[in-house]
Design a protein around this ligand. Structure first.
Ligand SMILES: [Zn+2]
Length: 144
């Protein structure tokens, strides 16, 4: 499995978005490129959580329109949509059963745990197409 490569700024932006959305979940899209055993994020595209107000605290959903737009944007620049990030307010940074049921293969699913409004652990996961379970992906967090 490829290592997910984030710059320090990107990782901090995800933490900030997660803290700002608390007690709801934030979500967004990764655009970038796969290079050998590295999956390099070049851009974060924050997305609106498409769930209705009462559901946003434990679920996220990126609308098909937003995903299509991201796909087009990435394709035009010769890039790929690499995956998605979202926050888990007051829950561990592990995929929920909902995440598993709604996950697609190929993509990276990054989760940042937000405890009482503060960013904690960040993990990333890729769905194994055969077992239909998430497998943890290493994150390389840059120093700059
Ligand atoms: Zn989740």
């Amino acid at each position: 499995m490829k290592v997910l490569v984030l710059t320090k700024n990107q990782a901090e932006q995800i933490e900030r978005e997660g803290a700002a959305a608390y007690p709801n979940e934030c979500c967004g899209i990764f655009i970038g490129r796969d290079e050998g055993d590295r999956r390099i994020v070049e851009r974060l595209k924050p997305a609106g959580n498409a769930f209705e107000e009462g559901e946003k605290y434990h679920r996220f959903s990126i609308s098909p329109a937003e995903l299509m737009e991201a796909d087009k944007e990435a394709g035009a620049a010769g890039k790929l949509v690499l995956g998605f990030y979202h926050s888990h307010p007051d829950h561990p940074a592990r995929p929920s059963e909902y995440d598993r049921q709604h996950g697609w293969p190929f993509y990276s699913y990054l989760i940042v745990a937000i405890a009482k409004g503060e960013a904690k652990l960040m993990t990333s996961w890729v769905l194994n197409e055969v077992s239909e379970q998430f497998e943890e992906q290493l994150i390389e967090r840059g120093l700059t």
